[in-house]
Ligand binder design. Sequence first.
Ligand code: COA
Ligand code: AMP
Length: 643
Amino acid sequence: MTDTNATDASTSAYAAAYRQSITDPDAFWLDVAKDIDWTTPPTQAVDGTEAPFYKWFPDGQLNTSYNAIDRHVAAGRGDQPAYIWDSAVTGTKETITYSQLQEQVAEFAGALAAEGVGKGDRVVIYMPMVPRAAIAMLACARLGAVHSVVFGGFAAPELAIRIDDARPKVIVTSHGGIEPTRKVPYFPMVSKALELTNHTPASVIVAPRHTEFPDETFPETPGTTWSYWDDVVVVSKPADPVPVAATDPLYILYTSGTTGLPKGVVRDNGGHAVALAWSMWNIYGVRPGDVWWTASDVGWVVGHSYIVYAPLLVGATSIIYEGKPVGTPDAGAFWRVASEHKATALFTAPTAVRAIRKEDPRGELVSEYDLTALRTLFCAGERLDPDTYQWATDKLGVPVVDNWWQTETGWPIASNMRGLEPMPIKAGSPTVPVPGYALVVLDGQGNEVPAGEDGNLAIRLPMAPGTLAGLWNDDERFLTSYMSTFAGYYTTGDGGYIDEDGYVFVMGRTDDVINVAGHRLSTGSMEAVIAKHPAVAEAAVIGVRDELKGQRPVGYVVLKAGEVRDPEELRAELVKMVRDEIGAVATFRDCTVVQGLPKTRSGKILRKTMRQIADGQTDVAVPSTIEDPAVLDALAPYLRGEK
Ligand code: COA
Ligand code: AMP
């Protein structure tokens, strides 16, 4: 163990909070809810009458945008920066105070309203890391509209799937994003997506980047009109915050499931605001006026929660960074930004730290910057491996805190509670379950296993406020994906154990979701793309261990009888197909032609067994249901990279 401030877990502030949150969630969360301004304060915390569809603060009303902005202006924080934008790829910086943000969000909300957007209407946001991405989200929240942000690294077909499912009135986009080595124009993506969809949004509003994209002109999209942000703002009236029910949806965020179709995670307004504000104080130790930096993207849940909403809900300043940990221009970029804006905390994915370490193993660039303001480095998105933890701890000299969560939960399930009560850190563990989450480890039959034993990480219902209220338009999938494996529990899809000190260890997914550079991807959706190739009979994509990115997808394809293909040409074709259909973010680069794929007698491909062999595991237990062990024997040398 390292770190200080060890506490006796049974008598600690954490233990007391945790106990009450589980035994008396109503009292615990109603008290916490006082940190939020309600137009109608709630009298009940959780309503389980339609369990497992729990409702948080069912009789409360509020506005999330008001809580993030207006109330701080009213309390005298108007001149404090709300967002600091630092774009390493364009060399631009901009500070937006709470007062300026209030004005800009109200103006854009007015423009959306003029386009016919009101309470409950959806708005798809496909934007790079510019302040207007956050402004568009907050403007939706101001109107009670529901935003659905799509990450810029997804290609047109993925955008189309989300448009068809969310059925937005408006799409908010930009000329494009900027990657270190290329520009990514968005207009072709949006117009292609609109060709592919059945749903036709009324309008597309563009936050321009004329300097970076001087030659782009609006595409022709039948039924959808295109306008520039500033032009729609100028002709509309600023909009006031609209009170909504705590249970009304704030956003839909699509995330990868085990099939090709993404799941639309629905977040409510009330539980979200209460949980995020509480997390800033108690998990992250952030106070009003602190400068907080989450180096992620608004397209992911980490960006939603900890770039856009949570810092503002507690009156802190949030840095919006457009750039990478390396290459924009070097491995000192994070330290430059943290030092320049005096960030008190940095939150990123372990893969970013590994990328920095690879280029600057001795951490020489760290010492070039004044990081005295930095109190903590938080990591999430994938397991913080002990090596990376140790390197960051040594180089930065501040606590390095892992926290485990998912798009579905919206905020940490397990963390070291830096605000409530800092605890000793164990490398490789995100410490303890966060209050509100009755986390257990279950065996395949749903029995709790003893401390230290591996199993399925599951959460006894109800979960904490702010966790998913359901899946958009798909109650059935909500039940089958999360609620039916173990009755009365939410299945996280992660495996791991809890040790004798109550520390949680999250060891990886138990399903076919993979995690590449902190990005959650579905092997199923890659397989679906590959299977469309005319020469391919069947395919399996697995996530294999990768030193930098944690995992990377690798495909194994079986050709149709009689097909003869040059392996390199076929690989290039399949890589292009995945890039065009899913996007560059899939990072699909490796693909091998094999004779057969190992299956169970019922025809299920043994992906887990394949993954274990590819990862070099020596004690792989081959399921007794395997149809033909010889197929696996023939494939094994390919999986081990020997062929
Ligand atoms: N828009 C368009 N394309 C994007 C994109 C975006 N917003 N984000 C990534 N891509 C592209 C990249 O340009 C790259 O394309 P390429 O194949 O043409 O090179 C591809 O998607 C893969 O990107 P990435 O996984 O980011 O790999 P990388 O090699 O460019 O960078 C890291 C590696 C580790 C530096 C980078 O992955 C990183 O910063 N990871 C941190 C992730 C993170 O913050 N996750 C959030 C969860 S907390
Ligand atoms: P996402 O929904 O994109 O946030 O991805 C969630 C998944 O990422 C989880 O189910 C885990 O598999 C993984 N994950 C996120 N944070 C951690 C962490 N701190 N430790 C281990 N795995 C993590």
